[in-house]
Design a protein around this ligand. Structure first.
Ligand code: PMP
Length: 401
């Protein structure tokens, strides 16, 4: 299979970056955008910005139609039952904070929230802080050696006091699909709510929230080739009905007096204030773009690149891979070499990779490392990107060793 991406030319930033000598291998942090997304952003502003849902005039009506069009596209993308199950948030982080506040009233002291040891801070801290506010117990599911949530232990730890399970679908550090089809039923059997952090998972393949059987699924547009500042929270209808409102203001209110108010249900009741209209429209364009591509071809291309990445790392002395990544990325450190030095010298050679704790400090502690370098791939990467990375890595190691 060719290592050249047939989609690379759809992304103007890739040639701009390469003209500057930059090799972009940090797509798990954020992705570059296809021209159609840039056109959608520009098209909205150039044809007349307007607020959504409230204006009677033509630009307002046009903006509302485009904005709600994205909600319909996201409904299809996730196979939600209805557009009313799609809430726009600022991103995955805000979606999970919304849940931690909106569901707070359901918890009693001593109840348990279950997460896993590999969670991004976005799917740890909102629950940790809720646990502190309500005197709950935060239970952390351990991992096996390959980087999977350990199901045996999960069977022991998910129990009668479990009220909510919140886990990542695909780790941003370990690059493994988590065993959600086994895990989620354990929580459901206890009558607990289930939350899936789809920030990384949504980028790779199509996911059906009804088949997954989760109550909530969150993702960010900016990782899925769409604009930043916007994300999606899917909630199953009856799970959404249990949420209390959390941010108050324009748009979310049905009627108000000075002393009281009553609020819309989902989705508008959870979208207070003027949303990121252009970004929502841009996300719609990203979903149209991705929907027009051959998903199997994308997965195949990414798999070939990933194999090359792992083979290249395995061929170098002293590389310590974190877990056993199966797609999209690889995190590693190198014996005797400080991550910060490695990152610095790679950066100097125009290699854009991520270094540090990857917003998962407790995971780093569990793995016994200070941090790691992460190379992450997207549909627009070519084999050459990896060759440039490996030659920069070799030069760096020659200098540091
Ligand atoms: N969860 C995971 C697994 C992530 O990788 C990220 C982004 N690094 C987030 C949550 C948070 O996403 P955002 O910053 O877009 O809210």
């Amino acid at each position: 299979m060719s290592l050249n991406s047939p989609w690379r030319s759809d992304f103007p930033a890739l040639s701009a970056l390469s003209a500057e000598g930059q090799t972009y291998l940090d797509s798990a942090a954020t992705s570059q955008k296809p021209q159609v997304v840039l056109d959608a952003l520009m098209g909205y502003y150039a044809s007349g910005a307007a607020n959504v849902h409230r204006a009677q005039h033509l630009p307002g009506e046009r903006a509302t139609r485009a904005f709600e069009g994205t909600r319909i596209r996201a409904t299809h993308w996730l196979n939600a039952a209805s557009p009313a199950e799609i809430l726009f948030t600022r991103g995955t982080t805000e979606a999970i904070n919304l849940l931690a506040y909106g569901l707070e009233h359901l918890f009693q002291p001593g109840d348990e929230i279950v997460i896993s040891a590999l969670e991004h801070h976005a799917n740890l801290l909102p629950w940790q802080q809720l646990a502190i506010r309500r005197q709950l117990k935060l239970v952390v599911l351990p991992l096996d050696r390959s980087g999977l949530i350990d199901l045996e232990q999960a069977r022991q730890l998910i129990g009668a006091r479990t009220r909510l399970l919140a886990v990542s679908q695909l780790s941003n550090v370990l690059g493994r699909w988590q065993p959600l089809t086994e895990l989620l039923p354990l929580a459901r059997a206890q009558g607990a709510l289930t939350v899936v952090d789809g920030a990384q998972g949504v980028v790779h393949g199509r996911h059906d929230v009804q088949a997954l059987g989760c109550d909530f699924y969150a993702f960010s547009s900016h990782k899925l080739y769409g604009p930043d500042g916007i994300g999606v929270l899917y909630g199953r209808g009856d799970a959404l009905a249990r949420l209390k409102h959390w941010q108050f203001g324009g748009e979310m209110v049905h009627s108000a007096t000075y002393q009281s108010a009553d609020f819309h249900g989902a989705p508008l009741g959870f979208e207070a204030g003027t949303p990121a209209i252009a970004s929502v429209i841009g996300l719609g364009a990203a979903l149209d773009y991705l929907g027009s591509l051959d998903a199997a071809a994308i997965a195949g291309h990414e798999a070939v690149l990933h194999t090359k990445l792992l083979a290249g790392l395995a061929a170098r002395d002293g590389v310590r891979l974190l877990g056993e990544p199966e797609l999209a990325l690889a995190s590693f450190s190198i014996e005797g070499v400080h991550n910060a030095d490695l990152a610095h010298l790679l950066t100097e050679q125009g290699i854009a990779v991520r270094a540090g704790h990857h917003c998962a400090m407790p995971l780093m502690q569990t793995l016994g490392v200070q941090g790691a370098i992460r190379v992450s791939l997207a549909l627009y990467n070519n084999g050459d990107d990896l060759e440039r990375f490996f030659s920069a890595l070799d030069k760096t190691l020659e200098l540091l060793r």
